[in-house]
Design a protein around this ligand. Structure first.
Ligand code: CA
Length: 233
């Protein structure tokens, strides 16, 4: 089990040095060199803690912080600032930063801050993805960690719901599922909407993953029942 930390830092030397030190502590490290890249990586890979440099090319650490705070309320954020930026601490706290560390910092100090933050936010660790969570089925391959999906090694853009639907089907390959079952398994009990949403999603998935969506090879229609993922041996 480990915690996933995202480093958003434009100075490569600092980033690499920090990465090495945090990896030594057993953390899984993601890297980004701009704020934009940082936001994208955070949304995609859901780190537990973001170590965020304030001064970045493009959008600043404040803006990154604000965006992440809105979109991922539970994420931990530690801001790195230069000494001269100390006055900006209040602004940063207003933007949703959890903690601060002044540059240059001792990596040991950063580790302590991360540990304290993880304790404070009561964050649960995740399975390490060093042994990458790759799942293969026929021409398809899915990386559950990055949530990337491929057909014949070509990446297909899928929404989280589409991925959940496919995973659910594959886990029950060969079994015909009703729309109600799919709704229950993917959307959960709380969902009150119509089963039509299942059809809409399946139509969209077919256009993305099937060679001929009108004659689906994998996501089959079972007349009078619902849908079935083709079992392959
Ligand atoms: Ca910087």
């Amino acid at each position: 089990m480990t915690y996933r930390i995202l480093l958003v830092e434009d100075e490569e030397a600092i980033r690499k040095f920090t990465k090495i030190n945090l990896e030594r502590e057993g953390y899984e490290i993601l890297e980004a060199s701009t704020g934009e890249e940082g936001i994208e990586t955070a949304l995609d890979k859901e780190p537990h803690v973001v170590v965020l440099d304030l001064m970045l090319p493009g959008i600043s650490g404040y803006e990154v912080c604000e965006t992440l705070r809105t979109k991922m309320p539970r994420i931990g954020i530690i801001m790195l600032t230069a000494k001269s930026q100390e006055v900006d601490r209040i602004l940063g706290l207003e933007k949703g930063t959890d903690d601060y560390l002044m540059k240059p910092f001792n990596p040991k100090e950063l580790v302590l801050r991360i540990q304290a933050l993880i304790r404070r936010l009561n964050i649960e660790p995740v399975e390490s993805t060093d042994n990458k969570n790759i799942f293969e089925y026929g021409p398809f391959r899915m990386d559950s960690y990055s949530r990337k999906f491929y057909r014949d090694d070509v990446e297909i853009e899928l929404t989280p719901t589409e991925i959940a639907i496919i995973k659910n089907f594959i886990s029950m390959a060969g079994k015909a599922l009703t729309r109600e079952e799919i709704l229950h398994q993917v959307w959960g009990d709380e969902y009150q909407g119509e089963t039509k949403i299942v059809d809409v999603n399946i139509r969209r998935i077919r256009t993305k993953i099937e060679k001929n969506p009108a004659k689906p090879e994998f996501l089959e229609t079972v007349w009078g029942v619902g849908y079935r993922w083709k079992q392959i041996n």
